[in-house]
Design a protein around this ligand. Structure first.
Ligand SMILES: [Zn+2]
Length: 359
């Protein structure tokens, strides 16, 4: 059997020792190199002048020779005003990129000897940077589309019900009773039904490589309120080029796609791929990973930042053929380009954004 790339020697070109063995001074230098590619000459974040600015070595700052602005390596990035030492921050980011199915703050805080909130906030800033800097240029060629239900899961009802064909079908497909709330026989208590209001749909759009065996090459995700035409069609039209061919399952929401695209469907009640190969398995494999992340790593997501998590998984899929060092520098470029954090600035001081991110 061919070796997966993520288990090959080529993949392992960066390790946690590359960061844990650094002194704080060296870690800072590494950060500077990652951002500017030089420790002596850099553009001023305020006026953009590229120069050898005055150094304030003790404070790890520079003063611009042209506009007098004092800046540091994190000025104008999500990590501005951070207190976490650079060494810990580098280890945190390294752990974030190496985790195959997501990286929970609960796993990191003890490792880094920081509070849970610090680990959570910095991980969320990284997710936010991935979200802010995602590539939204329209997908082209063959695009597979599907929606997955996340958040808002009622508990199993107290009373068990007689097995109807719908229940048996769901059990065979490994779905809990709470996953099929619209079934009238499921006897969900009113307080339990309330949880459904938090149900959201992650819509995934994946551009498939024309080279057989290469899988999906780029993914865009959007969070919508329901998997019907009113919600999914505008999102698909926004992110997919009109000349593309779309493959989806036979869900009602997708039926009118043929008005704008070449549209082919696979009927999931009968088959996972049609005889001439139409399927949406690449979209399904994205959900398979995200579902494992939801159940096994994060243990749940909330609607407010669901889009960040959904996009994190799309990013993990899209960079799966990069080596660790390439992934690390890809993440850092997005972080340095993302600007100050909107959702997580002042989080420790009680600032909350209070809005929900949608696609
Ligand atoms: Zn300046």
């Amino acid at each position: 059997m061919a070796q997966p790339f993520s288990q090959s020697k080529t993949y392992r070109d960066l390790s946690v020792w590359d960061f844990t063995d650094l002194t704080e001074e060296e870690a800072h230098e590494k950060f500077v190199m990652l951002r500017w590619g030089s420790t002596t000459e850099m553009p001023c974040p305020a006026c953009g002048a590229l120069d050898k600015h005055y150094v304030r070595r003790q404070r790890r700052q520079w003063r611009c020779k042209h506009c007098d602005t004092v800046f540091s390596v994190t000025t104008g990035t999500p990590f501005a005003h951070r207190k976490l030492p650079f060494r810990k921050l580098l280890v945190l980011l390294y752990e974030f990129i190496t985790a195959p199915e997501g990286c929970a703050a609960n796993r990191l805080h003890s490792r880094l000897r920081v509070t849970l909130r610090t680990a959570y906030q910095n991980l969320m800033k990284s997710r936010e940077a991935l979200w802010e800097k995602r590539d939204l240029s329209p997908l082209k060629g063959l695009v597979q589309v599907d929606g997955g239900h996340f958040c808002g899961k009622p508990r199993r009802p107290r009373k068990r019900t007689k097995a109807t064909s719908a229940i048996v079908n769901n059990r065979l497909r490994n779905r809990k009773a709470g996953m099929v709330p619209h079934n009238k026989n499921s006897h969900i208590e009113p307080w339990n039904r309330e949880k459904l209001k938090k149900r959201r749909i992650v819509l995934t759009l994946r551009q498939v490589s024309p080279v057989p065996g290469e899988g999906a090459e780029r993914s865009i995700v959007a969070v919508v309120n329901s998997e019907n035409a009113r919600h999914v069609i505008p999102a698909i039209r926004k992110y997919v080029d009109g000349a593309s061919e779309i493959w989806s399952d036979d869900g009602n929401g997708y039926m009118s796609l043929s008005a704008w695209f070449t549209h082919r469907t696979v009927r999931h009640s009968a088959e996972y791929a049609t005889d001439d190969g139409v399927n949406n398995n690449h979209a399904e494999s994205y959900f398979s990973r995200m579902r494992r992340g939801e159940y096994g790593v994060y243990h749940g997501m909330r609607p407010q930042y669901l889009a960040f998590y959904a996009n994190e998984f799309a990013w993990r899929e899209d960079v799966r053929r990069m080596t660790l060092a390439e992934k690390f520098s890809e993440l850092m470029q997005k972080i340095f380009g993302a600007g100050p954090s909107k959702a997580w600035k002042g989080y420790a001081q009680g600032n909350r954004l209070g809005l929900e991110y949608l696609g």
